[in-house]
Design a protein around this ligand. Structure first.
Ligand code: UGA
Length: 432
C-alpha cells in the first residue's frame, strides 16, 4: 500500500485489456506498473502514443500519467507490486482450444523474481480449470508465497472505460479468502455487486456470459431469416421481445453476425472445453454455424439483385467488427470481402478508423478515404459496421456516383423509407 492507502498494481500484458484495465485502475487512484515484452509498444506509450483506438483512453492515460509506469522489465513489477494482474493474449489454437503459452511464459519466469508475497490476478480469459491447475503448480513447485485469484473482465471494445467504471458486476474467484478480499478492495469505490466465488466458477462465469450473449445474437439472426420468409419485421419483433424483462432488450440486433476477438474465440473454446470433458455442447455448435452462415447471406442478397457478382463492384461501408474500435479481428467484413473477391467482384471499402489496419487484415480490396470515393462506380453498397458517420449518408450524391442504387444494410441501421425515398433499393436483415 502507498501512503495514500492506494495499492501498487502490476499489469503484465499491455494489449487491449491490460491497457484499459491498468489505466482505469490508475483512475481509481492506484499506482499501476504496466509491463509488456513488446519494446516498441512500451517506448510508444512512454512517448504518449496509444497503440489502440478506444474512445476516452488517451485522455485518461494523460490524466493519470503520474500513476502509470511503462516498462519491459518484469522485475519492475515484482519489486514494486504485491498484486500482479496477468492480461496476456489467449488466442485460439487451430483446434479451437485457448493457447495458454503466454500465460505459462509468465509462470515460468516466477522462480527467482517473485521473492516476496504476491497475488497473481488472472484477467486473461483462460479455460475453466486453468486457475486451479496454476494454483496447485505454484504450491507443488514451492515458488515463493503466491496466491492466485481469477478476476474475469467484461469490457466491451468501444465502450471499455465506461464499462470498467460502471460495471454490472465484479467477479472474484479465489481459494484464499484474504487474497480475494485484496482484489475486491481495488474496486471498492465502484458501485457494483462484487461476486466472490471459487476459481472455476469465476472462470465459467466469463465463458457462459459471452456464450449466452452470442447465443442471443444467433437466435435473433435466425428469427430475422424467418421474418424475411414470412413478411415480419425483426426490429419490431426484437422490440416486442425486449419489453419482456425476462428476455431484455440488449443484444437483439439482427445483422451479419458477431465478430471480434472474444465471442468467436470464447464460444469455440467453451464448446471445445465441454468436448474435452466428454460433453457435446449442441447449442453452441449451432450458434457458431448460424453465425458463419449469417456472414455469407449478404452474398445471396447481392446475387438476388445483381445476378453473378463477377466484375461487379461492391462498396463496403465499415470494416471494424463493431463501431468505435479499430479492431478487425474476426470481423464479418473480412469473410464477406473474401467471399466477394472469390466470386470475382471488385471490393472497395471505407471505415472511419480501421483503414490503416485493414491492409494487413484483408488483401485485395481497394481502401478508400471517404464514403463517396468508396461508393463511386459501385453496383451495390453493403453497410457492414454501424458507425455514427453512416447514420446520415449523403444519399443523393451517392446515387449520382453509383452504377446501381442498391443498399444492403447489414446492421439494420438505416431508415428503410428514407433510403427508398432517395431512389434506392433497400434491403436489411429480417426487414421487409
Ligand atoms: C464482448 C462482451 O460483450 C464483453 O462483455 C466481453 O468482456 C468481451 O467480449 C470480451 O470477452 O473481452 P466485444 O467483443 O468488445 O465484447 O463486443 P460486443 O459489443 O459484445 O459485440 C460483439 C459482436 O457482436 C460484434 O460483432 C457486434 O456487432 C455483434 N452484435 C452485438 C450483434 O450482432 N448484435 C447485437 O445485438 C450485439
Amino acid at each position: 500500500m502507498s501512503a495514500a492507502g492506494k495499492t501498487s498494481v502490476g499489469m503484465i500484458g499491455i494489449g487491449y485489456v491490460g491497457l484499459v484495465t491498468g489505466t482505469c485502475l490508475s483512475e481509481l487512484g492506484h499506482n499501476v506498473v504496466c509491463m509488456d515484452i513488446d519494446a516498441e509498444k512500451i517506448a510508444a506509450l512512454k512517448d504518449g502514443q496509444i497503440p489502440i483506438y478506444e474512445p476516452g483512453l488517451p485522455e485518461l492515460i494523460e490524466k493519470n500519467k503520474e500513476r502509470l509506469t511503462f516498462t519491459t522489465a518484469l522485475e519492475d513489477i515484482f519489486n514494486n507490486c504485491e498484486l500482479v494482474f496477468i492480461a496476456v493474449d489467449t488466442p485460439p489454437t487451430f483446434t479451437g482450444d485457448a493457447d495458454l503459452s503466454r500465460v505459462f511464459a509468465v509462470m515460468s519466469s516466477l522462480p527467482g523474481l517473485a521473492t516476496g508475497h504476491h497475488t497473481l490476478v488472472m484477467k486473461s480469459t483462460v479455460p475453466v480449470g486453468t486457475g486451479n491447475k496454476i494454483s496447485s503448480e505454484l504450491v507443488r513447485q514451492d515458488i515463493g508465497n503466491i496466491d492466485y485469484v481469477s478476476n474475469p473482465e467484461f469490457l466491451r471494445e468501444g465502450s471499455a472505460i465506461g464499462d470498467f467504471l460502471n460495471p454490472d458486476r465484479v467477479v472474484i474467484g479465489s481459494r484464499d479468502q484474504e487474497a480475494g478480499e485484496k482484489v475486491a478492495a481495488l474496486y471498492k469505490s465502484l458501485k457494483a455487486p462484487i461476486l466472490k466465488t471459487n476459481i472455476p466458477t469465476a472462470e465459467m462465469i466469463k465463458y457462459a456470459s459471452n456464450a449466452f450473449l452470442a447465443t442471443k445474437i444467433s437466435f435473433i439472426n435466425e428469427i430475422a431469416n424467418v421474418c424475411e420468409e414470412v413478411g415480419a419485421d425483426v426490429t419490431t419483433v426484437a422490440e416486442g421481445m425486449g419489453y419482456d424483462q425476462r428476455i431484455g432488450e440488449c443484444f437483439l440486433n439482427a445483422g451479419i453476425g458477431f465478430g471480434g476477438s472474444c465471442f468467436p474465440k470464447d464460444v469455440t473454446a467453451l464448446k471445445q472445453l465441454a468436448g474435452n470433458s466428454g460433453y457435446h455442447f449442441q447449442l453452441l455448435t449451432a450458434v457458431i454455424e448460424v453465425n458463419e452462415l449469417q456472414k455469407r447471406r449478404v452474398v445471396n442478397k447481392l446475387q438476388k439483385h445483381l445476378g453473378t457478382l463477377t466484375d461487379k463492384t461492391i462498396a463496403l461501408l465499415g470494416l471494424a467488427f463493431k463501431p468505435n474500435t479499430s479492431d478487425l479481428r474476426e470481423a464479418s467484413s473480412i469473410v464477406l470481402a473474401s467471399r466477394l473477391l472469390g466470386d470475382g467482384a471488385l471490393v472497395k471499402a471505407y471505415d472511419p478508423i480501421a483503414i490503416p489496419y485493414a491492409a494487413k487484415a484483408v488483401r485485395g480490396i481497394l481502401l478508400c478515404d471517404n464514403i463517396l470515393s468508396a461508393v463511386k462506380d459501385s453496383d451495390a453498397v453493403v453497410l457492414v459496421t454501424e458507425w455514427d458517420e453512416f447514420s446520415d449518408l449523403p444519399l443523393a450524391e451517392m446515387k449520382k456516383l453509383m452504377k446501381r442504387p442498391l443498399i444492403i444494410d447489414g446492421r439494420n441501421f438505416l431508415d428503410p423509407q428514407t433510403v427508398r425515398d432517395a431512389g434506392f433499393t433497400y434491403e436489411g436483415i429480417g426487414r421487409n
